[in-house]
Design a protein around this ligand. Structure first.
Ligand code: IPM
Ligand code: MN
Length: 345
């Protein structure tokens, strides 16, 4: 029998990126044995370490490593590289699922009864908007100034709208669209999404001003199903997701292009304060890797990992970011990996 083989481009980056990626790969190798597929890895440099070595935050050699792979597993960077990587492969779809876990419900600062059953999929546009519009610094009679431009082609809004509508159709059928049309009328997200939504009679489209949406996410998170947002608004709103689940260290993401090739990264940063201390939570990276396996059609492996994840958290094991009550057991990054390996054997 042929076993499936996959090549992962591994870009650990900096800070805790290195530890959480290593931890995740160890777990992935075990689940590959259990479910009879093969993993190969190819390491690339990105961010500061790439700059030091190649004079570029996202060198051509790294781009080549990525283009040969079946998926890219990414850690974190502090400056440079990531936006270039997203743009290079046109990863315009950024999926950020936010689901509260029963055993971690006390970790959020919000009240329990507002959190149970929260299950939101953020769909963030990732290769346009203010991150990529015309920008610069200049000088006029009033002095120095800077600018970044929020620009979207209508087709860019429509193509991400279609992904979000497909997502809503597979879920509970509600699509909330973040916009700011009272101040930014030339970016008519509502109108454009509604045009695409004509082909989706079973999806309810709910446009919402992004400021109000931020408030509603805190006061009524159970309301939401799929939330569609542009690049900047999606960045800001998805961190609120971290507050809902209790730690941003738990959240993963998948960034996909038109052909389904993807970049998988936790939504947290490099956390220099705890880097190298064996304290980082690898679950956000593992969650991202699980999205990669799902994308490859290795759904059974995802189920095994989810089972292990649920067991370990239910048994009270907590990394530093999640530990706050003494009835729980504080574990290091390495110890958490060992728990996964035991669960998967
Ligand atoms: C994220 C990060 C990045 C972003 C930064 C590092 C540029 O915050 O992935 O959410 O804003 O996209
Ligand atoms: Mn962010």
């Amino acid at each position: 029998m042929m076993t499936n083989q996959y090549l992962i481009a591994v870009l650990p980056g900096e800070g805790i990126g290195i530890e959480v990626v290593q931890a995740t790969l160890t777990i992935l190798h075990q689940v590959a044995v259990k479910h009879d597929f093969q993993l190969q890895v190819d390491y690339g440099e990105i961010g500061q370490t790439a700059f030091d070595q190649y004079g570029s935050y996202f060198p051509e050699i790294t781009a080549q490593i990525c283009s040969k792979a079946d998926g890219i597993l990414f850690g974190a960077v502090s400056t440079g590289g990531l936006l270039e990587l997203r743009k290079k492969f046109d990863f315009f779809v950024n999926l950020r699922p936010v689901k509260t876990f029963p055993s971690l419900i006390n970790n959020s600062s919000l009240k329990k009864n507002y959190l149970s059953g929260v299950d939101i999929l953020f769909v963030r546009e990732l290769v346009s908007g203010i991150y990529f519009g015309a920008s610069g610094r200049g000088e006029d009679e009033q002095g120095h100034y800077g600018y970044h431009t929020m620009q979207y082609h209508d087709w860019q809004i429509k193509r991400i709208a279609q992904v979000a509508l497909d997502g809503a159709l597979k879920r509970r059928g509600l699509l909330t669209v973040a916009h700011k049309e009272n101040a930014l009328p030339h970016l008519p997200w509502t109108k454009l999404v509604l045009e695409v939504a004509q082909a989706y009679p079973d999806v309810t489209v709910e446009p919402m001003l992004v400021d109000n949406l931020a408030m509603q996410l805190v006061i009524n998170p159970q309301h939401f199903d799929v939330i569609l947002a542009g690049n900047l608004f999606g960045d800001i709103l998805s961190d609120l997701g971290g507050a809902l689940v209790g730690s941003i260290g738990l959240l993963g993401s998948a960034s996909l292009n038109e052909v389904g090739f993807g970049l998988y990264e936790p939504i947290h940063g490099t956390a220099p304060d705890i880097a190298g201390k064996n304290q980082a939570n690898p679950l956000g990276t593992l969650a991202s890797a699980m999205m990669m396996l799902e994308q490859w059609g290795e759904g059974d492996a995802v189920k095994s990992l989810q089972q292990a994840w649920d067991n370990i958290l239910a048994q009270g094991y907590r990394t530093h970011d999640l530990y706050f009550q003494n009835q729980e057991t504080l574990v290091t990054t390495q110890e958490l990996v060992e728990l996964f390996l035991n669960n998967l054997r």
